[in-house]
Ligand binder design. Structure first.
Ligand code: DAH
Length: 341
């Protein structure tokens, strides 16, 4: 019987080692070690042995059982690994593979310039405010001394809101002038960056949506000198170079006197191109001294207070700074364009 036991062990070890799949291994486990398994059956025959042989047989039997169990769990581990790798590759994590690089977004060129401007103006003591894009005709026009008959209100320029008489998509950031004076009174320094809308036929330098950055300073004895000084700091800081500028008279109902500040076209260097309409100059900052009526609308006495205002074409500045020759690219969402910034 001892012999039988050893033989059984050899056979079991051979078969277990040869098993190729988990299922086969499981069957062998049952075949030898199960309740009705060969080894179990053989061990039950201990009762037929002579008394002095019983303990020895029992001990050997247990050792074999132990050995087979150990062998089965080792083989099970190996087969498990093999089968997992083979059946579904996703489940197998290879921690040695290099990580996948994920694509990071970045700021739009408009935002880049806007934040830069905000920084320049904050350092000069200006607060930064945002205003509504859907605006009443009152703040967009009336309070800016633009009467109902003014051409700026013409259907060609303004998006009026259907079923909401008296409301428009703001045509400029100047809508914030009187709102701000009403709220903060004087003295006051503020800039208002934001999106504006015009009913335009689009081309390389016109779009229906664009950005401006408006500025307003009100204090005692503000003059054109203050305006020019601030404009110079602004352009130098943003364009990072000295640019040629020129100031010519311009008419805007909410400033008196009013000016157009032009910058020498940075795209063509002044030679003439479609962006500067072949003039060599680009209108960059319309500006002027705040009209007394605007101060009055805001509740200030024009005899006591004066100020300057400007409406920087943020979108234009972005185009100048980066040499973008078509305004429509900025709103296009075209990644080939955007990824360059
Ligand atoms: N709001 C004007 C426009 O969009 C620009 C402008 C002109 C703003 C003169 C000003 C200013 O503050 O003083 O055409």
């Amino acid at each position: 019987m001892f012999d039988q036991l050893t033989k059984l062990k050899e056979k079991a070890v051979r078969e277990i080692k040869n098993s190729k799949v988990l299922k086969e291994l499981h069957n062998l486990e049952v075949k030898y070690l199960g309740r009705k398994g060969e080894l179990t059956k053989l061990l039950r025959q201990v009762k037929d042995l002579a008394a002095e042989e019983k303990p020895k047989f029992g001990q050997l039997g247990n050792e074999i059982k132990e050995e087979l169990n150990q062998l089965i769990s080792e083989i099970k581990f190996e087969l498990n690994k093999k089968e997992k790798a083979g059946s579904s590759k996703e489940k197998w994590l290879d921690v040695t593979l290099p990580g996948r690089k994920f694509i990071k977004g970045h700021l739009h060129p408009n935002s880049l310039i806007q934040y830069q401007l905000e920084d320049v103006f904050s350092r000069m003591g200006f607060i930064i405010l945002e205003g509504p894009e859907l605006e009443s005709e009152y703040y967009n026009f009336e309070a800016l001394n633009i009467p109902p008959t003014h051409p700026a209100r013409d259907m060609q320029d303004t998006f009026f809101i259907k079923d909401k008489t008296g409301w428009v998509m703001r045509t400029h950031t100047s809508n914030m002038q009187v709102r701000t004076i009403e709220k903060y009174q004087a003295p006051l320094r503020a800039v208002f960056p934001g999106r504006c809308f015009r009913y335009e036929a689009t081309d390389v330098s016109h779009d229906t949506t664009f950005y401006q950055l408006e500025g307003l300073m009100i204090d005692k004895d503000i003059s054109i000198d203050n305006l020019i000084a601030v404009m110079k700091v602004l352009l130098k800081e943003v364009l990072k170079r000295e640019v040629k500028i020129r100031l010519r008279p311009g008419y805007f109902p909410f400033v008196e006197p009013g000016f157009e500040l032009d910058v020498n076209c940075l795209i063509c260097g002044g030679k003439g191109c479609p962006v500067c309409k072949h003039s060599g100059w680009v209108e960059m900052v319309p500006c002027g001294l705040v009209h007394p009526n605007v101060l009055k609308y805001g509740g200030l006495d024009p005899k006591e207070w004066s100020g300057f205002a400007f409406g920087l074409g943020l979108t234009r500045l972005v185009m100048m700074k980066y040499g973008i020759d078509d305004i429509r690219l900025l709103q296009s969402g075209d990644l080939r364009f955007l990824q360059q910034f």
